[in-house]
Write a protein that binds this ligand. Structure first.
Ligand SMILES: [Zn+2]
Ligand SMILES: [Zn+2]
Ligand SMILES: [Zn+2]
Length: 88
């Protein structure tokens, strides 16, 4: 599934900092705590066969890729509504 993320100042998505964004970045880039952009952006994901997954995970729910939880803030809700509406 494609997921909505907030880009951290380290360049990685907020999900790399854990659900609460207070963990060190999983990419070992030295970023200890997420400092994210207010606007969400869409991050594509791929299935086990390497095919892009176009379904967008509903904000604030768990996504299959990592078992992590996507952000459910108002900005993500709005972006999700717009993206799903545009695709329909
Ligand atoms: Zn990072
Ligand atoms: Zn970071
Ligand atoms: Zn959000």
């Amino acid at each position: 599934m494609a997921i909505l993320i907030h880009r951290c100042k380290c360049g990685h998505p907020d999900i790399y900092h854990g659900g609460t964004r207070d963990r060190a970045c999983e990419m070992a880039c030295g970023c200890q705590r997420a400092d994210v952009a207010p606007e969400p952006e869409l991050m594509p994901t791929w299935d086990a066969l390497g095919k892009p997954v176009t379904t967008i995970t509903t904000p604030g729910t768990r996504w299959a890729g990592s078992g992590g939880q996507t952000c459910g803030c108002a900005g993500c809700e709005k972006a999700h509504t717009e993206l799903v509406g545009a695709a329909a």
